[in-house]
Unconditional design. Structure first.
Ligand SMILES: [Zn+2]
Length: 184
């Protein structure tokens, strides 16, 4: 496992290889021919989760997690081609894209060597910061969408079902968020 600074330095080099020259051209933010939008973490995902909780009671976190899994599977199909085309490890591409779009500074620490389990570390998770800004430190992990996305990515890589847990979270005072993703 590396420090935040070490991860960021390595990621920056990868981003330079992948990013469009002018990512904000034509008033659209683009990377590798996909369009993106920016949203303030003052509102997203905090408000969305609170609304989901209000409508579906405690199921809001599950909805974000399940939605994240679908996104993660889609990202796998997109970025596996990018990784092959540029000759860059898929997880390095994912770390670089996540960093570039401000999701956090992360790396994969274990890749299934032990019983198929993946472990990932993310500093500065946008989801945790959204909660910290609005509610301060709590006693629960809150990065449900990120947990889903990472789980969907692992499912893409491994071609089978996984379940994701967030074992540490900035929102409850840990230094970084940690995700453990296990075969179902
Ligand atoms: Zn977290």
């Amino acid at each position: 496992m590396h420090t935040r600074e070490e991860i960021a330095k390595r990621i920056e080099e990868i981003v330079r290889k992948l990013a469009n020259r002018n990512p904000c051209g034509e008033g659209k933010i683009k990377l590798m021919n996909r369009r993106y939008v920016l949203m303030s973490t003052d509102y997203f995902p905090y408000d969305l989760l609170k609304d989901l909780e209000e409508i579906f009671n405690a199921a809001g976190d599950t909805l974000l997690y399940q939605g994240g899994i679908k996104v993660g599977r889609d990202l796998y199909n997109h970025y596996i081609n990018v990784a092959r085309e540029h000759g860059i490890d898929l997880w390095d591409v994912i770390s670089a894209v996540g960093w570039y779009f401000g999701w956090g500074t992360g790396e994969v620490v274990e890749r299934g060597e032990r019983d198929g389990v993946y472990r990932m570390v993310v500093y500065d998770s946008f989801e945790a910061e959204s909660f910290l800004a609005r509610e301060g430190r709590g006693d629960k992990s809150v990065c449900h969408f990120m947990r889903g996305v990472l789980t969907g990515l692992v499912e893409g890589v491994e071609g089978r079902d996984y379940v994701g847990h967030e074992t540490r979270c900035r929102a409850k005072g840990d230094e970084y968020c940690e995700f453990v993703i296990e075969p179902r």
